[in-house]
Design a protein around this ligand. Sequence first.
Ligand code: SF4
Ligand code: SF4
Length: 275
Amino acid sequence: MLTILYRGPLASCDYDCAYCPFAKRRDTPGQLRADRAALERFTGWVAGRDFEVSILFTPWGEGLVRSWYRRALVELSGLPHVAKVAIQTNLSCRTDWLAQATDRAALWVTYHPTQVPYERFLAKVRSLPVRHSVGIVGDPAHLPHARRLRADLPPETYVWVNAEEGRLYTDAEAAEWTAIDPLFAHSRLPHASAGLPCRTGDSVISVNGDGTVRRCHFVPEVLGNLYDGSYLPALRPRPCPAAACDCHIGYVHLEPLGLYDVFAGGVLERIPRVP
Ligand code: SF4
Ligand code: SF4
């Protein structure tokens, strides 16, 4: 099975979080058309494969407010050789269309407390007809919101906490977040990864809008292109060339961490086997 992290040119978001790690922009109609064309080319490529594929969409901005991402999720989830199709989202979109997706669609939902009324967000999560995890950035100002969310969602819904970029947590602070997310320890500090075996570049790849293939979103070396097949000969086990890996969508594939066991069945949408 090939796992693909896809990130097209889309960079606009309907939210405006102060801690947003992405270089957001307002996409012009031309940029939106280009993003749509790139996504449709990608979904067409996936549809034509004769091997199993899993996909996580990791847009810079918000994808599900765009019809082409909603359609991609529904259509890909219905293909027999697509084991999983998931997307990172702020869940600002309407959700009725998800009823058309199969049980192989999944959502990685992030709650942004300054951007959406709590009750509206909670009601939307509760109504989701597909697999999902829900999480929050571990900003101290978010702690009451995170506790409330954990208390209000069913125990089987995993609530994750991402360590805030650059923040060092004392043990006491980390314990507060761990009470919400028992797996917070994995996010608390970047993982030293240099020289360690990582599945990216072998069974996991990162693809951008023009089909450029890299091993992951964090290592710039190009392995080839998806659409001319030039990436294929480059796939093989290889150690991580970076000093550290601090994002779940990367280090979940870092073999010594054993997170494929922890997240068995939910690696892409970040759902642990036993929440
Ligand atoms: S929802 Fe995500 S992409 Fe949008 S502003 Fe907030 S952090 Fe940035
Ligand atoms: S450990 Fe992280 S940075 Fe290193 S190759 Fe894997 S995903 Fe990329």
